[in-house]
Design a binder for this molecule. Structure first.
Ligand code: OVV
Length: 406
């Protein structure tokens, strides 16, 4: 019997002639997210000569196929096989197995459930102290006074950083996350004092800077045991300082914004403070503080009939996947009682956020402290957007809270 004529051909690939790193896009990414999701499993973005994925299923699949979608050529726009990275590569983020397994195992053990249990008491005490102070003031700046102040205290304390130098953490986070994108206006701005900031950060990563009882010292203890080298230890410290502050700042700011804009959800949380953990998780889904990451293909791969070649950059729109109506009911609604497991705001697979339990602890404790003390949250000034090639968040959110009466 003759074969049916099944001429395999790549269908016309949907092409999106837009700039996903422009201010215009950041001001309202949602129409473009929807258009990409509806166009197909993969789209072509000619401006950067990269592919894009915006559907939940495809983003999730790519994250869980590290053999095809590698991280070792960088998780930003730049292909490390062709270009020198702007900073020495991360030994956790920008590597593949088998090397990745070694560093990931060390850091995952340091951030294990036992550690999280020990961190709860100091993290809770500071959440209550800080929120008490803010409630007494009534009016405050939710980004600077809460979303930045909280992680900038508890996380460096947990790591064992000295007080001096903490002012470089947010500028460095801004450099790192904008550095994943193109060398655009944001890159130039973030790198303006870059040499100084990098130098100060690397000084904080030295063993001599760290308290002996913190999580940072545990990295060096792993080096003493021969699990990693003494050259690798400060570089893994750098991962703590790169990924551990700015992300949670934007998540907490987004949580305040979501709760202030959705008074019904705030009232639910107030009545049932144990919803705090899920409210934080729903914020991660809806606002996705890390909006995108890239991967690079290690081989030719077919995605829904589209042939992607080897060595191609693929932009994974986690923020779009987290609002995919194929996966979520009423995806644009902030619903703190939703079953939110399965979002990809923290990635997925072998590179899924190694610090996610710390982030969730911070979110839970800040939202619980608020729920127990605050009756209403009102936005009392113009919120300002913060622009970064990877992170979504606010630079300013003036609020007024009314204290609960007992
Ligand atoms: C997930 C993430 C973001 C930024 C930096 C790093 C990791 C790092 O390992 O340096």
């Amino acid at each position: 019997m003759p074969q049916a004529a099944t001429a395999t051909r790549t269908p016309d690939v949907p092409t999106f002639d837009f700039d996903p790193f422009s201010r215009e896009f950041f001001d309202d990414p949602y129409p473009a997210h929807e258009a990409m999701r509806e166009a197909g499993p993969v789209v072509w973005i000619p401006r950067y000569q990269v592919w894009g994925m915006a559907r939940h299923d495809d983003v999730h699949t790519a994250f869980n196929d590290w053999q095809t979608y590698c991280s070792g050529r960088g998780v930003g726009l730049s292909d490390f096989a062709k270009e020198e990275p702007w900073r020495p590569r991360s030994l956790l983020l920008e590597v593949d197995p088998p090397y990745h397994t070694k560093t990931r195992t060390v850091i995952a053990r340091i951030l294990s459930p036992g550690t999280i249990k020990r961190l709860r008491a100091p993290f809770e005490a500071y959440a209550e102290e800080l929120v008490d102070r803010l409630v007494a003031r009534g009016r405050f700046e939710a980004v600077k006074d809460l979303a930045e102040a909280y992680p900038l205290k508890v996380f460096p304390d947990a790591i064992g950083l000295p007080d001096a130098g903490r002012e470089f953490l947010l500028p460095y986070g801004n450099m790192v996350f904008t550095g994943f994108g193109p060398r655009n206006y944001l890159f130039e701005e973030a790198m303006r004092d870059g040499d100084r900031v990098r130098q100060e950060i690397m000084r904080l990563c030295a063993r001599e800077s760290l308290r002996p009882d913190g999580l940072g010292a545990e990295i060096f203890a792993a080096a003493d045991r021969g699990e990693i080298t003494h050259e690798e230890a400060p570089m893994l410290m750098r991962s703590f300082l790169s990924a551990g502050v700015d992300t949670t700042v934007n998540a907490l700011g987004a949580a305040m914004d979501c709760l202030a804009r959705n008074p019904d959800q705030w009232q639910l949380l107030r009545g049932e403070p144990t919803l705090a953990r899920n409210a934080f998780e729903e914020t991660l889904r809806l606002e996705s503080p890390s909006q995108v990451f890239f991967r690079t293909t290690t081989r030719a791969v077919d995605v829904g009939g589209v042939a992607i070649g080897e060595g191609q950059k693929v932009l994974l729109f986690m923020a779009a996947a987290n609002r995919d109506p194929r996966r979520w009911q009423n995806p644009d609604k902030f619903d703190i009682r939703r079953r939110v497991a399965g979002h990809v705001a923290l990635g997925s697979g072998i590179h899924g956020c190694v610090g996610q339990a710390v982030a969730r602890l911070e979110g839970e404790l800040v939202l619980t402290a608020l729920a127990k003390r605050v009756e209403t949250i009102e936005i009392v000034g113009e919120p300002k957007r913060r622009y970064n090639n990877t992170l979504r968040g606010l630079s300013s959110l003036p609020v007024e809270v009314r204290a609960k009466h007992h």
